[in-house]
Design a protein around this ligand. Structure first.
Ligand code: HEC
Length: 99
């Protein structure tokens, strides 16, 4: 019984983690930011994001819209709004959820 309870708890936590990623993340940003391809700051790698976040969120959103070096303009999310970018950046810069 205890084991079953733990399994249910765990699947709930995993579900919550999946929900935490904004909808566009998987389709757009994931390709580069999950692996750090071409020098992209990796998702949940706080040390990589900290100096970038220091520039402030408006500057970060501008970088994505205009493109930055190997990152193409819009980060491959043509339909993203500023609010979408903010949510995506906050998700990637946050520490990995512990579960
Ligand atoms: C084709 C690969 C690629 C995709 C797709 C991509 N990125 Fe990037 N991203 C990069 C790379 C490479 C860098 C590092 C650029 C540099 O500093 O030279 C970067 C840097 C960033 C930065 C830091 C900008 C700064 O001013 O330091 C932000 C914020 C960012 N990406 C957000 C996003 C978001 C949000 C998405 C999805 C909508 C996305 N990226 C999609 C490759 C990508």
């Amino acid at each position: 019984m205890k084991k079953l309870f733990a399994a249910v708890l765990m699947s709930t936590a995993v579900g919550a983690f999946a929900d935490a990623a904004p909808a566009q993340y998987q389709a757009s940003c994931f390709a580069c930011h999950s692996t750090g391809a071409a020098g992209a700051p990796k998702t949940h790698d706080q040390a990589a994001w900290e100096p970038r976040m220091a520039k402030g969120m408006p500057a970060m959103v501008e970088s994505v819209k205009k493109g930055l070096n190997a990152m193409p303009p819009t980060g491959l999310c043509a339909s993203c709004t500023d609010e979408d970018y903010t949510a995506l950046i906050e998700f990637m810069a946050a520490p990995a959820p512990t579960n």
